[in-house]
Design a protein around this ligand. Structure first.
Ligand SMILES: [Zn+2]
Length: 498
């Protein structure tokens, strides 16, 4: 009976790929020596995920042969590195049934139905050794990998806003690095800044697109919500890379501060919260009104398309009040806040005074933050002693230390913000000025969120009692409104000049 030869070449990692032609040559020479017809199969498991399935298919094909087959691998470690693999078991089974022989010419090992226990043992040992070597190579790769992560080196593709670059080395061993991609980085920063101010993904996408942002050359559309979401939650941008669920500080230049990143995460959480909890429309008087009878919060609710304000205290006898009944009074008062130019100086002085208050606030805040920072340092020392004295495990220590370090980092960022030139406050001041000049228009055109913030600026002690809303106008708006009301009743606009 004529036997048939099945030649099989396999590689399982990139390094071995170069050896494929040599494997093929040796296998074909073996077939020539036997002077038998042969089929040649090649599997590159490093490049093709489906290579394993193809191998399974080949085993099925071998099973169907009606003549005896010599299944030839160059060496035992080309046969398998994984003795638990189904196909390997199936082949061994076929040997025992006398349907095939396994030939490993390079190892001078030939296994057939009648092989001795010693030969089967050699095959077993050969397979075990192959597995041992491949595992230890993998371990080395993994160790190298972990070491790189510990050194702050990112081993994958750089996120958008950064780029992978090659800095010299040779073609075989290029020196790789990651740099800020100046053509894209400013878009990422812009996206974070917009999001921190509470803007929706849709608005940010539109703005970025208008500015010329394209996620890649072939894509001319505005970035998708998922794309933005991914960018706006990637801690890489403030200096922390995540690999396999663990965080490592990286060595590249951060695009944003941790504080800005945290602010953006808070915005996401808040938006999620408000979306599920409220139908956010039409609730201008949300969270800022108190009950004039019992002092509890008054909150809006919708019934039959009308918004009512209701005291949170079920036993309170303060009647529910339609929002439309009280909102016009507020709008009218806001309408009076409209500063003529001659008045601006006074307003600016008032703002300056407020700015000084703000400075005091900052100074206090800085002292407080420093104190908390020092306290954390003490805590970390204590946790470390706990570890040394065996009161806690290494894992627990690492967990606590990570938490504390995180908080410490936040405080650090906060300090940086507080000690920087108070940009935030300047925004507020110019906003206030803007507000003073065109409050009514702003109020009418804003969405409820912004209207609410405006009211918080302009009014305090907002109380609802017996279907009437009372409040105190804050300075300088109070003076503005009072003076203007007076001037109207006196029909004398000259009063502004005073
Ligand atoms: Zn009440």
């Amino acid at each position: 009976m004529d036997a048939k030869i099945i030649l099989i070449a396999r590689v399982s990692d990139v390094e071995q790929r170069k050896a494929l032609p040599a494997q093929k040559m040796r296998l074909e020479r073996y077939a020539d020596q036997k002077q038998l017809a042969y089929e040649y199969y090649e599997f590159d498991e490093s490049a093709h995920k489906e290579a394993r399935q193809k191998f399974a298919k080949l085993v099925e094909h071998i099973k169907k042969q009606t003549t005896l087959c010599y299944v030839v691998f160059d060496k035992i470690d080309r046969f398998t590195r994984d003795s638990s693999q189904e196909e390997v078991k199936a082949l061994q089974q076929l040997v025992k049934l006398g349907k095939i022989e396994l030939h490993f010419p390079h190892d001078s090992l030939y296994i057939d139905q009648n092989s001795s226990a010693a030969d089967w043992f050699r095959l077993g040992i050969g397979m075990a050794l192959a597995k041992y070597y491949s595992d230890s190579i993998r371990d080395n790769v993994k160790r190298r990998f972990e070491q790189m992560l510990a050194e702050g080196i990112w081993v994958h593709r750089a996120p958008i806003g950064y780029k992978n670059v090659i800095k010299g080395g040779t073609a075989q061993k290029p020196i790789k690095d990651i740099e800020v991609d100046d053509t894209k980085a400013h878009y990422i920063i812009k996206a974070y800044e917009m999001r921190a101010r509470g803007m929706s993904y849709a608005v940010i996408a539109k703005e970025l697109h208008k500015m010329g942002f394209r996620s890649n050359i072939s894509n001319s559309k505005a970035p998708s919500k998922q794309f933005l979401e991914r960018i706006l939650s990637n801690s890489f941008y403030y200096g922390v890379m995540v690999h396999a669920g663990r965080e490592y500080p990286h060595k590249y230049k951060p695009l944003i501060s941790r504080a800005l990143f945290n602010q953006v995460q808070r915005v996401r959480d808040e938006r999620k919260h408000t979306k599920t909890k409220y139908d956010s429309k039409d609730y201008t008087l949300k969270k800022i009104v108190k009950c004039g009878k019992c002092g509890r919060a008054v909150s809006p609710f919708k019934a039959r398309n009308t918004i009512y304000l209701r005291c949170a205290n079920a036993k309170c006898d303060n009647p529910n009040t339609a929002e439309s009944l009280v909102i016009n009074g507020v709008t009218a008062d806001i309408g009076f806040i409209d500063v003529p130019e001659q008045w601006l100086e006074k307003v600016i002085n008032e703002l300056r005074r407020r700015h000084n208050d703000q400075q005091t606030y900052y100074t206090q805040n800085i002292t407080q933050t420093r104190a908390e920072y020092d306290k954390l340092k003490e805590k970390m020392r204590k946790v470390y002693y706990d570890l040394l004295d065996g009161r806690i495990t290494q894992t627990l220590h690492d967990e606590i230390a990570t938490d504390l370090e995180k908080r410490q980092q936040e405080l650090n960022d906060r300090l940086k913000l507080l000690t920087s030139d108070n940009k935030d406050f300047q925004v507020t001041a110019s906003y206030l000025l803007d507000l003073a000049q065109r409050a009514e228009m702003l109020f009418k055109e804003s969405d409820d969120d912004l209207r609410q913030k405006l009211l918080e600026y302009v009014l305090s002690n907002i109380e609802l009692k017996d279907k009437k809303l009372s409040y105190i106008l804050n300075d300088p708006f109070k003076t503005i409104v009072e003076t203007k009301k007076k001037s109207l009743s006196a029909h004398n606009s000259n009063i502004w000049c005073g």
